[in-house]
Ligand binder design. Structure first.
Ligand code: BDP
Length: 709
């Protein structure tokens, strides 16, 4: 078991006579074209039934055997044509499906071809969990956009990818062998993702060469049978740097022409391309401001080129300019609303503003982005990150749905009315047709896809939440565990416990009370480096000195960020008494001796939480070890290595942060941890044969600032 099939392993299950009698004897897939999602649904069913229950089931395409003991899959239209009237089915929305498993007469009917595949995977998921219950229901997605973003570079590397090189690119071109792309398509379709942007937001214009556009068409051909469209990231300056024009001004006629030509060329090869993803005017990327044009001018440029083809522009709100030293001191959290609020209503209908969940950047704890409350006449999508960039990079376990759902369920109280973030980005709150979710995923060629078997729960749950953001974190997790590791209760309970404890543990040892992940901010985004969080273009937010810590983002004394929320929310964050402890240092600058609602001082909470978090991480290792006899060797060993690493690294985190703030504040830890690590033998005090000591930087990442090399 190398992880390649993810949650679609279809592992064998025992099947009694009674169970056998519940399995369909025939499969009817109402489309005979091999590249159609309905045909693929038939094949998946056939393979799934054989793999799980050892039964060989024939597939037919033309006649409707709606007698008992058959499973019929098709669109409503196909069903009506071949099988007759469809009765008692609620109206289906775009991408919605109906599944009916009653009386051994299984029907999976979709509003379109891809939704038939979604319903089929739903049925297979039941079978693979040994669930034969009789169900009959319709389900519809909350929003039309359910995308993933890959940050793959043309040379085959992946920005913030922790699962090996790209499955799409190598040496500046699309790879020849697209087997892994097909396997990825299957995983994504099974969780109802409907589009994938295959290249990095920090985009390279050479994707637009005729050869690469042909390559893109090959990729699209692989995704199409799974109901998944492809999209691409573009570099704003391409007309100049790649096209040879002397400008990339979005209002210049030659530039407009250039983009519409390129767009036509892409659509000639990929007639159903999803659209473009644009990162402009951010972190050194070119954008419309070079020509004093607005971000809306920039987005609309692409919107106009795409409109005749039905494509959409995902225009990122991750725009800030603090990399310019004169702006270091500004609050980066303010940037998105500052740039976009005044542009509300100025975007074309096929533009969607793609907003990271928090105002900074995928941190372990952020308040919901206030931009969701400031765009009332613009379609939006939320941007999540499955790849654990700041969050342990798949070397630490971190099950993300509880973090995401905290954002989805946050009520922004626009106009003093319920305004949950999930109702904003789905389009429901402000009556927008477009909207939805995206996630940066960054799978690679590693057979574990993401670099760690357990990290796949995040990809699985992401798809489910993009469909229904009210889905339950623990319920989704348990489906994933059963599909990935089988039905054993001990396994189920242990992985559930570890996963549900993983976010609080990581937050505790990497940065709590809203101070953010105290990781190296300058590039690696891994490992502790609290000093790097201030005085540079990326970070300026702990504002820690000898007596106090936290970033004052109030309107009254600080950067004014809290005023970007509607008044009811703003007043909660403006006031130190009503700000929840877990966001205290995000919004306020306080003495280390400030008392939290819990009664503890800030500094003592820091010390204790870092110990608590690291203690929890130690238990992951022992809990995993208790599963040794229940999990196949290959995956057991792989995950074991990860937990051993995390157990050690969480202690590095703990000691580094505790030492750093102890050193800075001079305030003792009163939790009576006199000797913090009685069992530890410092490497530098051993007899060194072939090793030398060196002084580490930052000092706090090794005890006594000394390590060996
Ligand atoms: C940051 C990443 C950087 C990305 C950027 C983005 O560190 O690699 O390019 O976000 O989202 O989190 O554009």
């Amino acid at each position: 078991e190398n992880g390649l099939d993810g949650w679609l392993r279809y592992a064998p299950l025992p099947c009694s006579q009674q169970c056998k009698s519940k399995l369909p004897a025939n499969i009817v897939a109402l489309n005979a074209t091999e590249t159609s999602p309905v045909y693929v649904a038939g094949t998946e069913l056939q393979q799934g039934l054989e793999s799980i229950y050892g039964t060989k089931t024939g597939v037919s395409h033309d006649k409707c055997k709606s007698s008992s003991s058959s499973v019929v899959v098709g669109t409503l239209e196909q069903y009506r044509k071949t099988c007759g009237a469809v009765k008692d089915i609620p109206d289906l929305e775009e991408d919605g499906f109906w599944i009916d498993t009653r009386n051994n007469r299984i029907r999976i009917l979709g509003s379109n071809e891809k939704s038939v595949l979604y319903g089929t995977f739903e049925y297979l998921s039941m079978l693979a969990q040994g669930n034969f219950s009789e169900v009959a229901y319709a389900t519809n997605p909350v929003a039309p956009i359910r995308w993933v973003n890959q940050w793959d570079n043309m040379d085959g590397s992946i920005e913030r990818g922790y699962g090996g090189p790209s499955i799409f690119f190598k040496n500046g071109a699309i790879v020849d062998d697209l087997t892994r792309v097909k396997q990825y398509a299957r995983l994504l379709a099974s969780v109802r993702v409907n589009a994938v942007v295959i290249n990095n937001v920090n985009a390279n214009a050479t994707l637009l060469t005729p050869t690469n556009i042909k390559g893109l068409a090959r990729v699209a051909d692989v995704f199409r049978p799974y109901g998944i469209q492809v999209g691409v990231s573009l570099n704003f300056a391409s007309p100049q740097t790649f096209g040879g024009l002397d400008t990339y001004d979005p209002l210049d006629a030659s530039v407009i022409n250039w983009w519409s030509n390129i767009t036509d060329q892409i659509y000639d090869e990929v007639p159903d391309m999803a659209g473009y993803l644009i990162k402009a005017s951010s972190e050194g990327q070119p954008g419309p401001e070079t020509y004093n044009r607005t971000l809306a001018d920039g987005a609309n440029l692409f919107a106009h080129a795409l409109e005749p083809h039905g494509g959409i522009v995902m225009f990122r709100a991750f725009v800030y300019n603090q990399l310019n030293e004169s702006n270091w001191d500004a609050d980066r959290a303010n940037a998105a609303v500052n740039f976009f609020k005044e542009l509300d209503g100025k975007f074309e209908e096929n533009v969607v503003v793609q907003i990271k969940y928090g105002p900074i950047d995928f941190q372990v704890r952020e308040p919901a982005s206030p931009l969701f409350a400031n765009l009332l006449n613009t379609s939006t999508a939320i941007e999540l990150q499955v790849t654990q960039e700041y969050l342990g990079q798949q070397s630490h376990l971190l099950y993300l749905p509880p973090l995401w759902k905290g954002i989805f369920d946050f009520d922004l109280r626009v106009d003093e009315k319920p305004s949950l973030v999930r109702d904003v980005y789905s389009g429901k709150r402000f009556n927008r047709k477009l909207g939805g979710s995206t996630a940066v995923v960054n799978v690679g060629t590693n057979t574990t896809w993401l670099g760690s078997h357990l990290a796949m729960s995040n990809l699985y749950a992401y798809g489910r939440l993009a469909w229904d953001p009210t889905d339950d974190s623990e319920g989704m997790l348990q489906d994933w565990i059963r599909l990935t590791f089988g039905l054993d209760k001990t396994v189920l309970n242990a992985i559930t416990k570890m996963s549900m404890e993983s976010w609080p543990a990581y937050e505790n040892y990497s940065g709590n009370l809203g101070i953010q992940t105290l990781t190296d901010i300058l590039y690696t985004h891994f490992g502790p480096n609290p000093a790097s969080q201030d005085n540079n273009g990326w970070g300026q937010w702990t504002r820690a000195d000898h007596t106090s810590i936290g970033m004052d983002r109030t309107v009254s004394n600080g950067t004014g960020f809290s005023g970007q929320y509607p008044s009811e929310v703003a007043s909660v964050y403006e006031n130190i008494e009503t700000t929840p402890d877990n966001l205290l240092l995000w919004f306020h600058h306080v003495d280390y001796t400030h008392r939290l609602h819990s009664g503890k001082t800030v500094i003592q909470h820091f010390y204790d939480a870092h110990y608590d978090g690291a203690d929890t991480a130690q238990t992951f290792l022992t809990q995993w070890e208790s599963l040794k006899s229940k999990i196949d060797k290959e995956r057991y060993e792989h995950v074991l290595r990860r937990f051993e690493y995390q157990a050690g690294h969480s202690i590095v985190w703990r000691d580094a942060i505790v030492d750093f703030y102890h050193n800075l504040s001079g305030i003792a830890d009163t939790s009576k941890r006199v000797d913090h690590h009685p069992w530890r033998i410092e490497a530098e005090s051993m007899y060194l044969d072939g090793y030398e000591t060196y002084t580490v930087s930052p000092f706090e990442t090794a005890s006594g600032a000394i390590a060996i090399v």
